[in-house]
Design a protein around this ligand. Structure first.
Ligand SMILES: [Zn+2]
Length: 323
């Protein structure tokens, strides 16, 4: 039985996905006329004032160079005829010279303004907003970013190589040449609290902000269970052996298309031998040190960002709240 952690970004915003409406093209057009569109530019959703998403109408000039609309679903708090939420990839638009910036590094601080939008709106890295969006907007942003990225990176049919076209409101791509249907990808990642004798195993990857340590994590491989993926990743990265593994909670993580599976793993050994290709350092932290880290008082180590599942796992462990 998984736990629903409170405070996780992107998780459980209540968007009504109404998959049964996706095949009705005329119906979706009617919904778009009264609904809202979230433009996404090179992986960055539109924000207003850095607080909350910036939506435009389907006839906005901002969407002039956009790809087709992707139907995300219905806002449960609005009357049905106005409730539709769409996303639109406008990555082909180029801001003024010098203001370009692509998703790179750990966090992109740049905000791109658009001449057709008010000054307080701009395209920004979603990682900056883990704490500022309400749950529904957080789910909308994650879904939009993941779907838009999938369309951009899967334009051609994986079966025959011909260019495919979006269908089902953007939840499929169909190949006219061979008839194959393609579906959006979600890549499972295991992320784990590794515990032994009231100590927690944390690591840091090259390129992370200075001093930041977090739970170990890694992509699952075909043919693996969650449990075997956890044991393999922990052993590969740190040499530590683990026994019992439990899945605790999950979180969509659209950077670009992951699903984080938060786990608790009981270590059966404690000697650390890091794989320097995968991680830069790994350490065992006791409870008192972790309290300092989470409070921002540790001299050397910084906690992961609020809203990320690693931060919640560590906080729940400290509070003895893991079921
Ligand atoms: Zn094909």
């Amino acid at each position: 039985m998984m736990q629903e952690f409170t405070g996780l970004a992107f998780a459980g915003g209540g968007l009504l996905r109404v998959a049964d409406r996706r095949a009705d093209q005329a119906g979706l057009q009617a919904l778009a006329a009264l609904g809202r569109v979230l433009p996404v530019w090179r992986g960055k959703p539109l924000f207003r004032n850095g607080q909350g998403l910036g939506f435009v109408s389907a006839d906005s000039p901002v969407l002039a160079q956009g790809a087709g609309l992707v139907f995300l679903g219905l806002d449960p708090d609005l009357p049905a005829e106005k409730a539709a939420v769409f996303a639109c990839d406008i990555s082909d638009w180029s801001p003024e010279a010098g203001a370009e910036g692509i998703e790179q590094g750990f966090l992109d601080p740049q905000i791109q303004a658009h001449p057709a939008l008010p000054d307080d709106q701009g395209f920004a890295d979603l990682r900056n907003a883990l704490q500022t969006l309400d749950p529904l907007e957080s789910e909308i942003a994650a879904t939009a970013k993941a779907l838009v990225h999938w369309h951009r990176s899967h334009r051609f049919c994986a079966t025959c190589g011909a260019e495919s076209v979006p269908s089902m409101g953007g939840w499929q791509r169909t190949c006219a040449a061979c008839g194959a249907q393609h579906f959006p990808r979600t890549d499972p990642v295991v992320i784990m609290l590794v515990v032994k004798d009231d100590h927690l195993l944390l690591g840091r990857s090259p390129g992370w902000p200075e001093g930041m340590y977090s739970c170990l994590a890694g992509f699952m491989e075909p043919g693996e269970t969650v449990e075997t993926a956890v044991r393999r990743e922990v052993a590969e990265e740190t040499g530590v052996q683990t026994g019992r593994v439990r899945v605790l909670a999950s979180q969509p993580w659209p950077f670009p298309a992951s699903l984080m599976l938060g786990c608790l793993a009981e270590a059966t050994s404690d000697k650390i031998t890091i794989d320097p290709v995968e991680i830069e350092d790994a350490i065992w932290l006791d409870r008192a040190s972790l309290v300092q880290v989470m409070d921002g008082r540790h001299p050397r180590i910084n906690a992961p960002r609020r809203g990320a599942i690693a931060q919640s796992l560590m906080e729940y462990w400290l509070a003895d709240r893991l079921e």
